[in-house]
Write a protein that binds this ligand. Sequence first.
Ligand SMILES: [Fe+2]
Ligand SMILES: [Fe+2]
Length: 261
Amino acid sequence: MLSARSLFQEIIDNDDSYQLFCSIAASGEAQGGWENARIAALVPESMRDLAPKVTRHGADEDKHGRIFNGLLKKRGLEPVAVPPGTDYTMLLEQRGIGLAHEKLRRDQPLTEEDVLVYLSHSRVTEQRAADQMDMLVKYFGDHPEVGKAIRQICGDEDNHLAYCHEELLRLAYAGHGRAIQRTLRECALAEIAVYRDVSLAVMDHMGRILRWPGAKRTALALGIRAMYAYERAGGWRRMVQLRMPERRDPLGGPAEPAPAY
Ligand SMILES: [Fe+2]
Ligand SMILES: [Fe+2]
């Protein structure tokens, strides 16, 4: 039977697939960390109060990168190069979603519009991260090797998502509602396609490493395409709704350390 649980079990059990999985995850988290650190440094004067939260967001993502690298080290593995087709962050940037890295490398302050784009992009990608971590915690939250790490990351991703809701609603109340809805929609529709392509690429690599038979690979690819069809038909709407979180200001304060890693 093909299930998310059995697939991840296989990926975790084999050193080569585990190495690729942790390397892809660590690289994506580290890129997120870099982006947030740059955005924090370039937040416009009028939005200065946001900067510490963006810094914290970046510190969390950097920490996640270190956690995934720590998981590799625990098993005596080195990180491997991330195949281009599996680079979610880079592919989103190539499609013009979020803030261009070229803009972030410059030392010019961002505009309020840029911050709106950053928060909308994060609203969508943090939803994906939170959903994936929820799935991993559901099946592997008690796993002796990865359980603790994924529970910690899951809690952080939930906070990141809550922070995006809160800050975007604040901007919406301040009169940016239409621009936010437009940007969120654009981000979500691009993200679901990138997520499909990355999922296909990751599963293709895993299939080769784990020598999955053709029928299993075909079934998996069909499943990924069916998921995309569902999201394209309306599932994407869950990524653009805004709700005020119960716990406000989840990124107030410094990042919690990850002592075990
Ligand atoms: Fe993360
Ligand atoms: Fe995150």
